[in-house]
Ligand binder design. Structure first.
Ligand SMILES: [Zn+2]
Length: 184
């Protein structure tokens, strides 16, 4: 895993790309939830589920299909009033992206097994060729150690900074756009 912070910051960068009209506190909370949920699979370790199995860590819960399913389920459960409107697709897209971003970040980390992006169709675990993010220790105790600190440092450089630059560019682009509209 990348840490919870890394996943949450990515969610904010993704969410900022969406129309302001649909962004409410629920949107953020659920989005951040989606970006963290895949790691619920670490529970499997206590039940003897093998790391490299279907339900193992970075298995099905980190796949693209799981991301889409979670996106659909969250939208149905929490945005039932909007189901007949165009917004539905926008919500599904957002929650799917938040969930999928988890696996994408994990595939850029330096340790553990790769991510089963194409589960259940194909079980191979994948990493990207470029893996600059230090893998975060599993468990809170281990996180608040020296290793945890160096994970945060690496996430700051490789996740937080690019996210902030992205959010800032969006902000500038929108300002320029609205200025142009006013001038017309
Ligand atoms: Zn993970």
């Amino acid at each position: 895993m990348a840490s919870i912070f890394g996943h949450a910051i990515t969610t904010i960068a993704i969410g900022k790309s969406f129309p302001k009209s649909i962004i409410r506190w629920k949107f953020w909370l659920l989005g951040i939830g989606c970006s963290i949920v895949p790691d619920a699979d670490v529970i499997g370790f206590s039940f003897g589920i093998k790391y490299n199995s279907f339900w193992g860590h970075r298995g099905f819960s980190h796949s693209l299909l799981f991301a889409l399913l979670l996106g659909v389920v969250i939208t149905i459960l929490f945005y039932s009033k909007d189901l007949k409107r165009k917004k539905t697709i926008t919500y599904i897209l957002f929650f799917t992206l938040c969930t999928a971003s988890h696996g994408i970040l994990d595939a850029m980390t330096s340790g553990g097994l790769g991510v089963a992006f194409f589960s259940p169709f194909e079980d191979t675990r994948h990493f990207f060729y470029w893996r600059p993010i230090q893998v975060s220790p599993i468990g809170i105790e281990r996180f608040f150690s020296e290793r945890g600190f160096s994970v945060l440092k690496s996430e700051f450089v490789w996740i937080a900074l690019p996210s902030l630059i992205y959010i800032l560019s969006l902000f500038v682009a929108r300002k320029v756009n609205s200025k142009k509209k006013l001038e017309k």
